[in-house]
Design a protein around this ligand. Structure first.
Ligand code: MG
Length: 187
């Protein structure tokens, strides 16, 4: 058997590793889903938290999201340990507002769901609902959440936008002029 380290993982494995890393940093899937639920609930009063949870889970299983979540969390952890060299160590430790690389990763996640995803991320970034505010506040002490708050906000924005897509799909299919087409679209 080869002792080569694995670098390819299944979607189920990536989901589990993301879930566990987030949990280590004090973030649950439900924390993220609640932000999506509240954001999308303003436009769609009939959405359910279960659909938001399902959306967060699905998003956490995508390969590009996996790489961002895993990398962002490691950068925060290593910043807490003080292993980077100055000046970038101090810039990330201070969560400098003009740093912006954390927002780049957040925007990249949100962009999966197009311009609406990015707008929803902007809203969460500015208003800091729920767990995003907690991460932001806790990051001012011993912990470092420079990357995590943006990643979590972006995951919520992506989930919120996915729920809006599902609602639009349902609406289209309720139309009496809609004729079903047999086609299996994987997501
Ligand atoms: Mg940040």
């Amino acid at each position: 058997m080869s002792d080569k380290k694995r670098i390819y993982f299944s979607r189920e494995e990536m989901f589990e590793m993301n879930r566990d890393r987030l949990l280590e940093r004090g973030v649950t899937i439900e924390d993220i889903a609640i932000i999506a639920f509240r954001q999308q609930g303003k436009y769609n009063p009939d959405i359910s938290l279960a659909t938001c949870i399902e959306s967060v889970e699905k998003i956490l299983s995508y390969r590009d999201i996996f790489h961002i979540v895993q990398l962002g969390i490691e950068i925060d952890r290593l910043t807490e340990e003080g292993v980077f060299r100055s000046p970038i160590q101090d810039i990330m430790r201070a969560d400098l507002g003009m740093f912006g690389i954390d927002e780049i990763l957040g925007l990249n996640i949100a962009s999966m769901y197009g311009v609406i995803g990015q707008t929803n991320f902007g809203d969460i970034d500015v208003n800091k609902p729920g767990i995003v505010k907690k991460l932001n506040d806790d990051g001012k002490g011993k912990q470092c959440h420079t990357f995590l708050d943006d990643i979590v906000g972006a995951l919520a924005a992506a989930a919120s936008t996915r729920v809006a897509q599902i609602m639009s799909e349902d609406e289209a299919k309720r139309d009496p002029h809609y004729t079903p087409i047999k086609l299996d679209l994987k997501d």
